[in-house]
Structure formats: structure tokens, C-alpha cells
Ligand binder design. Structure first.
Ligand code: GRF
Length: 194
């Protein structure tokens, strides 16, 4: 996993990927030594790496040497093109909105939900997508919607979207693992989902 923040999505994966699961978190990599996600990884006995330079492809490729699949959750740095090329269709990210809307450079955290509310959108949600050379532009793998309430604030909307993320991300990781991490991009549709 590539992380920069508190790591609740990491925690959900650690909790959901039991001993018999077809996938396991083998390393947590961050651009921030003070990332709460690193503490969660250490508590679970998972090796961690703090990047000296997130733009350094060689350093990142070394950190990802054991990975079959790389999952970004709250990682705020652009992944270098060489790393994207090496992990094409094995590099995924979770984003707290219905891409392609409300994504791109600078669109992370509270700003996303502020933009959704400012737009008057009736629905928001979470997206898992493949990572390419631009922020939040790669093909969508799966999404789940969250109705926007008239009295929503950025924080109340963020909370409900995060709860949906915690269901969507483990589901996508397990589905990709069950399929052996397909080389070609897949679009997963949940039962009754979008
Ligand atoms: C999540 O909302 C994710 O969609 C976004 O950053 C947040 C990370 O949360 N890209 P956490 O660190 O997993 O709690």
C-alpha cells in the first residue's frame, strides 16, 4: 500500500484479509514518516518504508519489489511514470467521489466534498480506479454511490463516503486477487451496484 494519511482504508484491509484470503498486505510505503497508517502497519507487524523522495522511481520500485498489486489510499503524491509503466493495471487508487467528476490534482480530502456540495450534486460516492500518469484519471474499476443530504456538511458527507470506501476497497482487492490480477483493465459491477 501507498499511503500519506491516517490509514483507515489500510486498517480495513488488514482486518478483512484474513489468513485464508487470496491477498495480503506485505508492505506499507509512505512519503510521510508521521503518517498514522505507518503506526497501524507496525502494530500489525507489516514492514514499512518511508520514502526519501516520492519522485524517485528507483527508490519506489525497490520499496514495491514484493508487490503483485499496489493499492493507493490517501497517497497524495503523483506516482512516477516509470513505476506506472512497471505496474500497469496492477496499481489502483481509491477516491472519495464519483470519478471522473471531482478528481485531479489538488482534489483530495475535505476539498472533494466541498466541491461536491458546492456543485449541488444529489449523489456522491467512492471510486476505485487504475492509476496512470495523471491524478485520478485512470479507468474506473468499481464505484458505489452515496446520496447527498440537504443538510450535509463536507464532514458529514466525507464520513458516509469513507464508510462506503471501507466496503468497496476490500471487495475490489479480493475480486482482483480472485481473478489473478488481470493484465487487462476490468470493470467490476457489484450486485445491484453501478
Ligand atoms: C480516503 O478518503 C481516500 O478516498 C482518499 O484519502 C482518504 C484516505 O483515508 N484518497 P485513510 O488514510 O485511508 O483513512
Amino acid at each position: 500500500m501507498l499511503v500519506s494519511g491516517g490509514g483507515t482504508n489500510l486498517q480495513v484491509l488488514l482486518d478483512r484479509l484474513g489468513p485464508d484470503a487470496p491477498a495480503h498486505v506485505v508492505r506499507v510505503v509512505s512519503n510521510r514518516a508521521d503518517s498514522g497508517a505507518l503506526d497501524r502497519a507496525r502494530s500489525a507487524g507489516i514492514p514499512v518504508t518511508v520514502l526519501r523522495d516520492p519522485a524517485d522511481s528507483a527508490e519506489l520500485l525497490t520499496a514495491l519489489a514484493d508487490a503483485d498489486l499496489v493499492v493507493l489510499a490517501g497517497y497524495v503524491k503523483l506516482v512516477p511514470a516509470e513505476v506506472v509503466a512497471r505496474f500497469r493495471h496492477r496499481l489502483i487508487n481509491i477516491h472519495p467521489a464519483l470519478l471522473p467528476a471531482f478528481g485531479g490534482a489538488g482534489m483530495f480530502g475535505r476539498r472533494v466534498h466541498e466541491a461536491v456540495l458546492a456543485s449541488g450534486a444529489a449523489v456522491s460516492g467512492a471510486s476505485v480506479h487504475y492509476v496512470d500518469e495523471q491524478f485520478d484519471r485512470g479507468p474506473v474499476i468499481a464505484q458505489r454511490t452515496v446520496p447527498v443530504r440537504p443538510d450535509d456538511t463536507p464532514d458529514s458527507l466525507a464520513e458516509r463516503v469513507l464508510a462506503v470506501e471501507h466496503e468497496l476497497l476490500p471487495w475490489v482487492v479480493l475480486e482482483l486477487a480472485k481473478r489473478g490480477i488481470p493484465e487487462e483493465p476490468v470493470r467490476l459491477i457489484e450486485d445491484g451496484g453501478t
